[in-house]
Design a protein around this ligand. Structure first.
Ligand SMILES: Nc1ncnc2c1ncn2[C@@H]1O[C@H](COP(=O)(O)OP(=O)(O)OP(=O)(O)O)[C@@H](O)[C@H]1O
Ligand SMILES: [Mg+2]
Length: 219
């Protein structure tokens, strides 16, 4: 069953007179439970595509579907609901709140949804192997640990889809492998759909499928 789809998706950035066509004619289908890597050189439009899939940005042309819903034309309040229910995000730069502990960072999405649940947050920290780091602040954690906290936070509302933009970009090879193995196990054991942006072809090769972007198109 397909969980994400794009139809003839295109994005052109306009800066005054200057137009840059970053993506064009992107037709992508992602199945439920699939692990897809999006690879391509720097500036090829990988992050732009992920932003469109997440509804964080609007395409210039084309459509994005999450499940049955076309998100491209939805008003922000409905989009926010779908995002909250369907998507978890992981970024290259972790994006943890520095004044909150690991546990509080993971619990934050629940609190924002009006359901404080420290037990659930603790379960997720256990899942990413950080049971004994729950009271640490981000600056007291290694990069790899911070990224695992960020993954726990992305998972805490139990979304079926995880979108990850270069999640290993700021990590050394050992921590990168830990994070990749975690993403793979989320796919294999929790049936999560993973969309991983990476320029590391070695990591991309661990996905079930790699989509290469070049000159704004899927090649
Ligand atoms: N908001 C914006 N306004 C104008 N141009 C943009 C904007 N965002 C991205 N671009 C341009 O679009 C192109 C694609 O950017 P994007 O960030 O999607 O690339 P990327 O493949 O993720 O690169 P990297 O591997 O370096 O992260 C680049 O040329 C970039 O300069
Ligand atoms: Mg990028």
């Amino acid at each position: 069953m397909e969980i994400m789809r794009t139809i003839e998706l295109g994005k052109t950035y306009r800066d005054g007179e200057k137009e840059t066509e970053v993506l064009r004619g992107i037709n992508l289908e992602i199945d439920e439970g699939e692990f897809v890597a999006i690879a391509g050189p720097s500036g090829s439009g990988k992050s732009t595509l992920l932003g469109l899939l997440a509804g964080l940005d609007k395409p210039t042309v084309g459509q994005v579907f999450i499940g049955e819903t076309e998100i491209t034309t939805l008003p922000e309040n409905r989009l926010a609901k779908i995002r909250g229910r369907m998507l978890g995000f992981v970024f290259q730069s972790f994006n943890l709140i520095p004044t909150l502990t690991a546990l509080e960072n993971v619990e934050l999405p629940l609190i924002l949804n009006g359901i404080a649940d420290a037990k659930k947050a603790r379960e997720l920290l256990d899942l990413v192997g950080l049971t004994n780091r729950s009271r640490h602040y981000p600056n007291q954690l290694s990069g790899g640990e911070q990224q695992r906290v960020a993954i726990a936070r992305a998972l805490v509302c139990d979304p079926p889809i995880i979108l990850a933009d270069e999640p290993t970009g700021n990590l050394d090879s050992k921590n990168s492998k830990t994070v990749m193995d975690l993403l793979i196990s989320l796919c294999e054991e929790k049936q999560k759909t993973i969309v991983l942006v990476t320029h590391d072809l070695d990591f991309a090769s661990k996905a079930q499928r790699t989509v290469h972007i070049e000159d704004g198109r899927i090649s």
